[in-house]
Each structure stands twice: as structure tokens, then as C-alpha cells.
Ligand binder design. Structure first.
Ligand SMILES: [Zn+2]
Length: 98
């Protein structure tokens, strides 16, 4: 008596790699959703001890370095999350150099 298991719950391999690809390209995903490459950023806005710029095309935000006068770090729609990520990164760097 042969019993073939047709109940395969696992996704095919190509579906996983497709998902990873989509998750990895955050900027490309934003482009697909909004059709925007964030080339037109507004003037920097002060938020506590950080500054950030807002994309005039889609409203995404990015932290801004006053001294170097340029944007840095990842894009995101939540400024508080961007600042938290930036703080965590700086702490990690400080620990490395100390
Ligand atoms: Zn944009």
C-alpha cells in the first residue's frame, strides 16, 4: 500500500527567494509603492537634537547632518523610529572605538 503525501505545506524555493529580494530592497519597494526616488527633499526640519528632511514627492523622511549639510541613514516614514535607530547605531560605534 503506497501512500503519497500530497499535502505539501512548504512554499517552493523560488517563492522564498522572491520574498527575500522584496524585503531586502527597501528603497525599491518605496519606489514601487509611491513611484518616487526621493530626489526632491525639502529643507531640513529640527526635531529635538536631530534634523530631518521630508521628500516633497512622497513624504518619506530622512535624517539630516547639519555640519556636513547632507542627508544620511535610511529613509523612513516615522522620524522617531529613524532617530531611535540612529542612536542605537551611534552607541554601537562608540562601544567599538572605546
Ligand atoms: Zn520620495
Amino acid at each position: 500500500m503506497s501512500k503519497v503525501n500530497h499535502n505539501r505545506k512548504h512554499w517552493p524555493r523560488w517563492a522564498w527567494s522572491l520574498g527575500l529580494l522584496a524585503a531586502g530592497a527597501g528603497g525599491a519597494r518605496a519606489f514601487l509603492l509611491r513611484g518616487c526616488w526621493h530626489t526632491k527633499m525639502g529643507w531640513p526640519i529640527r526635531e529635538g537634537d536631530h534634523s530631518y528632511q521630508v521628500c516633497l514627492g512622497c513624504g518619506i523622511k530622512r535624517l539630516f547632518d547639519d555640519e556636513k549639510f547632507r542627508g544620511y541613514g535610511p529613509h523612513g516614514y516615522d522620524v522617531k523610529e529613524l532617530i531611535a535607530r540612529e542612536r542605537a547605531m551611534r552607541m554601537r560605534q562608540r562601544r567599538k572605538t572605546a
